[in-house]
Design a protein around this ligand. Structure first.
Ligand code: MG
Length: 236
């Protein structure tokens, strides 16, 4: 089947993870620790982030989990906030921080090339939907994107197939007609479980080649390589 649509992960795929999320993760841990600096450092470390170099480990809680999973782990690790309160505060932080998004390369040029080739585009993220939409508006990219799903959009969460299946259904396509692109194994697993026609890893985020190469159909440096890579897979 030819590929007719591309579903992107957001962080590490469209946005520079470390530059965008380093400061947000520090602020999130500070909120969860409620003023206890030692606790904030422990929560950051548990999340997989090193405050000294602002780098987040591949596959770690902060790199891969959604808001409620992060809040839950931090409450269990000693945050004095309730799970509900912390989840709400973190989602508010993440949404407010969407205007600080740092894109990878020229997203407008990449999206324009893909749409000129006839492809429909969507985003499936473990962030909340409002945050994704605010990022798109802030970067002037909303007109390129036909579908947006966050962890709270009602289609399930990664690595489950729900967001990819909803993307295909929204466009009237078979799952085998979509490509899924992401920087973590949970993106690849989502695409596989949905029966996507192509599942593509990118090395621009927190995932690495050792993890992604064995499970993806292809691994690209970043999405700027996508228009050329997809050209042989498109329909007439
Ligand atoms: Mg990602």
């Amino acid at each position: 089947m030819p590929i007719r649509a591309v579903l992107f992960d957001k962080d590490g795929t469209l946005l520079d993870y470390h530059l965008t999320w380093g400061p947000i993760n520090v602020a999130a841990a500070d909120i969860a620790a409620a003023g206890d600096h030692d606790l904030a450092d422990r929560l950051l470390s548990l999340g997989g982030m090193d405050r000294a170099n602002m780098i987040t480990r591949p596959g770690s809680l902060l790199a891969a989990a959604h808001t409620v999973e992060i809040a839950s782990a931090w409450v269990e690790a000693g945050s004095p906030l309730s799970l509900q309160d912390l989840s709400h505060r973190l989602d508010a932080l993440f949404t407010a921080s969407a205007t600080g998004s740092v894109p990878i390369g020229n997203l407008d040029a990449c999206f324009s090339a893909l749409r000129t080739a006839g492809l429909k585009l969507g985003i499936a993220s473990s962030d909340n939907e409002a945050s994704i939409r605010l990022m798109l508006a802030h970067l002037g990219l909303a007109h390129h994107i036909a579908f947006v799903a966050g962890y709270d959009s009602g289609h399930g969460v990664k690595p489950g197939p729900g967001m990819a299946l909803a993307f295909a259904a929204a466009l009237g396509l078979q799952p085998s007609e979509i490509a899924v692109v992401g920087d973590n194994s949970h993106d690849i697993d989502m695409g596989r479980q949905a029966g996507a026609g192509l599942v593509i890893g990118v090395l621009s985020g927190t995932g690495d080649a050792a993890t992604l190469t064995p499970i993806a159909d292809a691994c690209l440096s970043d999405i700027s390589e996508l228009p050329a890579f997809l050209a042989p897979h498109l329909g007439a």
